[in-house]
Structures are given as structure tokens and as C-alpha cells.
Design a protein. Structure first.
Length: 266
């Protein structure tokens, strides 16, 4: 089980933004960001197994909430706004992939299936991982036991984290609603929710694009067009949100420098 009292909220915040900075600025997406968070957590007193378990657990619960939010928003848009057939087909495909992800994750958690270990073991068998990259499956399975301790064995803790992740979406929806008002685009908070949900779905698809450069502008323009809003306003909002993202990335890089410079906390 993860030990208590090793990590303060300030350190957790710094580790979180450090990972966000790496994911934002590189083509690696979560492939590099999450191991970096795990490594930074070891510098605050956790073992590497605990660091990976904590980082992956938070990432997965956030992904569950994002996927559920996107499914609701995209299905409502398809049923209510009748987008062009090509857009509707792509939207339904994205919804199907997100739903499959949630179902597969739920089954793996319920059956206590070592999904990460199975994937890595499969990569090793086909020769993708070899030599120094050959994985220690016993170590990986022990790490997944720590992960499942939250996802399966502690439903109250899992629910609490999921509610926190869901609550974290509220400021983003309100930010979008405020930006719509500032651009004189008449839209309700629910429309802001639909835009945010749709943008998150596209962000998942293009998670390996740094800062969603180019993707965000086109995505917002398309979403706004489908919702009968000015496409130019969508592009403007994408640019304004990128300014905010760059500021947060700068803070994350500064915190990353501090965390890597400081001696381990314990």
C-alpha cells in the first residue's frame, strides 16, 4: 500500500505541473510525462513502484472522467445539431473508441487483470523490448497491485479522486463561458460544456501534438461551426487558451527545475 505523509500538496502540485510542461512541449504525450512524474515522486520519498502507481492512477482516473464527459457532449451534439455526415461519422467513431476504453478498463479493474503487464509482456515477446529494455514482470505486477489498490480495492478513494477530477473541469467550462461572453458570442454555460467536452475528445486523439498546435484552431473552428457559432470566435478562443497553457507550461518548467535541483525530501 502507498505510505502516508510523504508528499505534501505543494510537492504534488509541482510534480503535476512539471509533467504537464513535458507533455505540452514534446511529441511524447503521456509516454514521457508520466514516467517523469513517477521519477519526481521518488525524489520526494516514494519508491519507484509507488511513484508509477500514483502517476498512472491519477492519469487513468482523469482519462475516465474526460472520456465520460466527451461521450456525453459528443452524443448530444450529434443528436441535436445534425452535423455533416462525415463529421457525424468521425464523431461516432471517437465515441465508440472512448466507450471501448471505459468498458475495457472497467473489466480489467473488476477482474483484477494486469493490463499494463500484459501489454508490456506482449511487446517483449514480439521483440520490441529486448536487452536492457527487457521488463521485470514481477516488478510491474507489484506496481499494478498498488494501482489496483485504489482503482478496485478502495472504491471510496477512487470515487473521491474521480469527483475531484470532475470538479476540476468546472473552472475550464466557466473560463470558456467567460471567453465566449468577452467575444460577444451569445452562448449558455451548457453550450460551453459541449464545446469543452468536444475539444477534450479531439485533444485525446491528438495527445502527441505539442500544445495542440494547429489542431486546436481547426478543432474549435469546426466545433463552433457545428454549433452554429462563428468559426472565427473558435479560432480566437483556441489562441487565447494557448496563451494560458503557455503560462502554465512556464510555471511547470520552473517547478521542474526546482524539483530536479532540490535534494530528495527524505
Amino acid at each position: 500500500m502507498l505510505r502516508r505523509g510523504l508528499l505534501g500538496y505543494g510537492d504534488a502540485f509541482a510534480v503535476r505541473l512539471s509533467g504537464e510542461a513535458i507533455q505540452s512541449l514534446t511529441f511524447s504525450g503521456p509516454v514521457l510525462a508520466e514516467p517523469t512524474r513517477a521519477w519526481l515522486l521518488t525524489r520526494r520519498g516514494l519508491t519507484l513502484q509507488e511513484g508509477f502507481a500514483a502517476a498512472i492512477t491519477e492519469y487513468l482516473i482523469s482519462a475516465f472522467v474526460t472520456a465520460a464527459m466527451s461521450i456525453v457532449g459528443l452524443l448530444y451534439i450529434v443528436q441535436t445539431f445534425t452535423p455533416p455526415p462525415a463529421v457525424a461519422s468521425v464523431t461516432i467513431a471517437i465515441v465508440a473508441v472512448l466507450a471501448a476504453f471505459l468498458v475495457a478498463s472497467a473489466v480489467a479493474i473488476a477482474l483484477r487483470f494486469y493490463l499494463i503487464g500484459t501489454i508490456i509482456s506482449g511487446l517483449a515477446r514480439i521483440g520490441v523490448l529486448r536487452g536492457r529494455l527487457r521488463p521485470n514482470m514481477a516488478w510491474i505486477n507489484e506496481m499494478e497491485d498498488l494501482l489496483l489498490a485504489i482503482l478496485r480495492d478502495r472504491p471510496a478513494r477512487f470515487t473521491a479522486v474521480a469527483l475531484i477530477e470532475a470538479a476540476a473541469q468546472i473552472p475550464l467550462v466557466l473560463e470558456l463561458f467567460w471567453l465566449l461572453g468577452a467575444l460577444d458570442v451569445g452562448a449558455s454555460r451548457f453550450v460551453a460544456f459541449l464545446i469543452e467536452a468536444s475539444a477534450k475528445a479531439i485533444g485525446i486523439v491528438f495527445m502527441f501534438v505539442p500544445q495542440q498546435m494547429g489542431v486546436a484552431e481547426g478543432s474549435y473552428a469546426l466545433i463552433f461551426t457545428v454549433l452554429a457559432l462563428p468559426a472565427a470566435a473558435g479560432v480566437a478562443i483556441a489562441l487565447l487558451r494557448r496563451i494560458r497553457a503557455l503560462l502554465i507550461t512556464g510555471v511547470g518548467l520552473a517547478l521542474l527545475a526546482r524539483l530536479t535541483r532540490d535534494a530528495p525530501g527524505r
